[in-house]
Design a protein around this ligand. Structure first.
Ligand code: MTE
Length: 316
């Protein structure tokens, strides 16, 4: 499996014409009603402009079909196909993110302001789920640090906490008697992890705005960590001094750590993390041809130093 190389600026092979068709042009061309629908239903994704990738793995892309139909988004059900089936009910406009806590300039930022003010770029990253499957996804997004700069974190801020929307009327997994998780879904990063250039907030994939099932309108992507750190449909970001809660860690701390760095040497108590199944790729007879999982998901050169001196079997 090809390993990740530090950023090499190359024109992306997968950049389609639609990437260069601005969202504004699309809105102007399609009229208000369709444009409104485009942002409220996973059935309509709008073209999203982005600069070519500065960060791109060589691996073959997972098909758009698989990326958008094999999902984990428990707010819409626990089955892999539930999110694509049920997430159309999520209204993604208007949408604001409240950013506060230990910052000099707390604010409520509208998604439209973010899309207008910050340059979007394409990032082709591997995603490794803790369940031992993986994908290669052409995200569109921007470094989380660009948003953090706007609110000016104080010197006392050590962590960044994230929250997903709670809206049972639109998220059927949050309604009813059986609730798979405690809501809101929450996640957190250390501030240096959050500021790392590989850490992005994604607003699109495959040249279009994010489908709802993938976490529209904005979700976290941290490519060297297990996929559950990539919290979807974010409405709140809080800078804190203490380590914030992380949904899966709170649910089962012996199985899911706060750090959740991809690590083939530390198995999940119930399965090995040494190999992974690449979604959409034939596994061969007897489940062979699984890929070896790489330390930090192949991003060790960039991020291993963040954990110097830490025992990664303890801080898993
Ligand atoms: N975010 C929220 N709010 N709810 C979830 O259930 N699932 C996580 C993560 N973010 C989840 C979430 C898990 S377990 C994974 S593997 C990834 O989203 C899946 O992202 P994808 O469906 O875009 O591939």
């Amino acid at each position: 499996m090809p390993v990740y190389h530090p950023p090499k600026i190359a024109s992306s092979e997968i950049t389609s014409k639609s990437l260069y068709l601005g969202r504004r042009d699309f809105i102007a061309a399609s009229g208000g009603a369709l444009a409104a629908a485009a942002f409220s239903s996973s059935a309509f994704a709008a073209p999203l402009k982005a600069a070519p990738s500065a960060y791109k793995v060589d691996d073959k892309l997972t098909s758009k079909e698989d990326v958008t139909s094999y999902n984990n988004f428990y707010e819409f059900g626990t089955g892999k196909e539930d999110p694509s089936r049920n997430a159309g009910s999520l209204k993604t406009r208007p949408w604001t993110i409240e950013i506060g806590g230990l910052v000099a300039k707390p604010q409520v930022i509208d998604i439209e302001t973010i899309m207008k003010d910050i340059t979007m770029e394409e990032r082709v990253y591997r995603m490794r789920c803790v369940e031992a499957w993986s994908m290669v996804i052409p995200w569109i997004g921007f470094p989380l640090s660009a948003l953090l700069d706007k609110v000016e974190p104080l010197g006392s801020a050590k962590y960044v906490a994230f929250e997903t929307l709670v809206r049972p009327e639109e998220m059927q997994g949050q309604a009813g008697i059986f609730q798979a998780l405690e809501w809101p879904y929450v996640e957190g990063l250390r501030l240096d992890e959050a500021r790392h250039p590989l850490t992005i907030l994604a607003t699109g994939l495959y040249g279009e705005t994010l489908p709802n099932q993938n976490g529209a309108p904005i979700r976290l992507v941290v490519p060297w960590k297990y996929g559950f750190k990539g919290i979807k449909s974010i409405v709140k970001i809080t800078l804190t001094e203490e380590q914030p809660p992380s949904t899966w860690n709170v649910l089962q701390p012996s199985e899911y750590g706060f750090y959740a760095n991809v690590n083939p040497a530390v198995d999940h108590p119930r399965w090995s993390q040494a190999t992974e199944r690449r979604i959409g790729e034939a596994e061969g007879l007897f489940g062979g041809a699984r890929l070896d999982t790489l330390p930090f998901n192949g991003y060790a050169d960039e991020v291993a130093s963040l954990y110097d001196g830490m025992d990664l079997t303890k801080f898993y």
